[in-house]
Design a binder for this molecule. Structure first.
Ligand code: NAD
Length: 341
């Protein structure tokens, strides 16, 4: 299929683009490259790129594509809190416009990167896709709104699907160190300490970046009636773990590291355990197979091999720090549009 992949220069997109190509798809990326330089190890080779802001996409950009995979977003809770209006403009309004433009251009598939954090605070039971949504942050709220608005566009010619990913982990050539496992392994490598500031009790389902990418490839290739206007949780019950368990896995992986759960920030209200049976049922043979221990070992290997430093860990691989630095140096305006390319 001819696929437009938005956000292809991000953490997940840099893993997904080559996997789509390996599966025989013809991939074009769309990204303003906010984090294009956040590379660890050898530089990735990007597909053909439309360097267009999501907010400026028109149907003309989308003509000739069979599918859009939409990853581009300001993608975490602290970012959403920093700039809630811009988060809504990009993550909500521009995403819905993209879907409308895709439909108008005759694109028949639209795969949207949603998140399990739409469930917010859901207690100890396993939540399925039918569970009530309870977004606790502007970021999660924007995902809920896009799912609802894009669903209204679904018809015989346009099949959207909403992949509600668990929190990602694992190596990507464009690393993010601000997601929990990647962060804890990095800290442990640099300081010898695995430090959890909360009380460690919240449930946090995790999934490897490659398992997310495989879910998108398989959804793209599934019959339209199997995925039409449906939400899928992406992950595995085996990785429904507490933050304390994640930290223990890191301490077990990084030689000589010590675990400390300080509890200084108190309990975190975001806590949910997720049922992932639907995606296994709809995509026969699909399973998220990467364990947290294997992901921690993979990260330890890359961090040590590529010489992770405190500076790159805190600055280059932390989304919020990159945006603040680029705004301060004048290469990004207040609305997160690049000024110097
Ligand atoms: N990483 C996770 O744990 C996780 C979990 C669940 C869902 N998701 C979702 O998956 C998607 C990708 O996440 P990621 O971790 O790769 O994020 P990321 O921040 O690494 O990548 C996002 C990409 O979008 C691009 N982008 C942002 N605003 C843009 C704009 N206005 N115009 C054009 N490009 C723009 C950025 O330049 C970047 O390359 C996001 O939608 C995110 O919400 C991620």
């Amino acid at each position: 299929m001819k696929v437009l992949l938005t956000g292809h220069q991000g953490y997940l997109g840099t893993v997904m683009a080559p996997m789509l190509a390996e599966s025989g798809h013809d991939v074009t990326g769309l990204d303003t490259g906010l984090f294009a330089d956040c590379v660890i190890g050898p530089a990735p080779v990007d597909p053909d790129t439309l360097a267009v802001d999501l907010r400026d996409v028109t149907p003309e950009h989308l003509e000739g594509f069979d599918a859009v995979i939409h990853l581009a977003a300001l993608s975490n809770d602290p970012l959403g809190a920093l700039a809630p209006q811009i988060t809504y403009d990009i993550n909500h309004a521009a995403s819905v416009r993209l879907a409308r433009a895709a439909k108008e251009a005759g694109v028949s598939r639209f795969l949207y990167a949603s998140t399990c954090s739409v469930y917010g605070s859901a207690g100890d039971g396993l939540v399925t896709e039918d569970a009530p949504l309870n977004p606790l942050t502007p970021y999660a709220e924007s995902k809920v709104r896009v799912e609802a608005d894009v669903s209204e566009l679904a018809d015989d010619s346009f099949s959207p699907s909403y992949l509600r990913n668990a929190t990602a982990f694992g190596f990507s050539p464009r690393l993010r160190a601000d997601i929990v496992l990647n962060n804890l392994v990095g800290h442990a490598v640099l300081t010898g300490e695995v430090k959890v500031l909360s009380d460690g009790t919240p449930w946090r389902p995790l999934v490897h970046a490659r398992d997310i990418a495989t879910a998108f490839v398989r959804t793209l290739e599934a019959p339209a009636d199997a995925i039409h206007d449906r939400a899928f949780n992406v992950g595995t019950e085996a990785n429904n773990v507490t933050v304390a368990e994640i930290a223990q896995a890191v301490a077990d992986t990084v030689p000589g590291s010590r675990l400390s759960i300080t509890g200084e920030t108190g309990a975190d209200p975001r806590s949910y355990r997720v049922d992932f049976s639907l995606i296994r049922q709809v995509l026969p043979g699909y399973d998220a197979t990467w364990s947290i221990a294997d992901g921690a070992a993979e990260l330890f290997d890359h961090y040590t091999r590529h010489g992770l430093t405190q500076e790159s860990f805190e600055q280059r691989f932390t989304r919020l720090a990159v945006l603040k630095r680029r705004q301060a140096e004048g290469s990004l305006d207040e609305s997160m549009r690049p000024l110097i390319r």
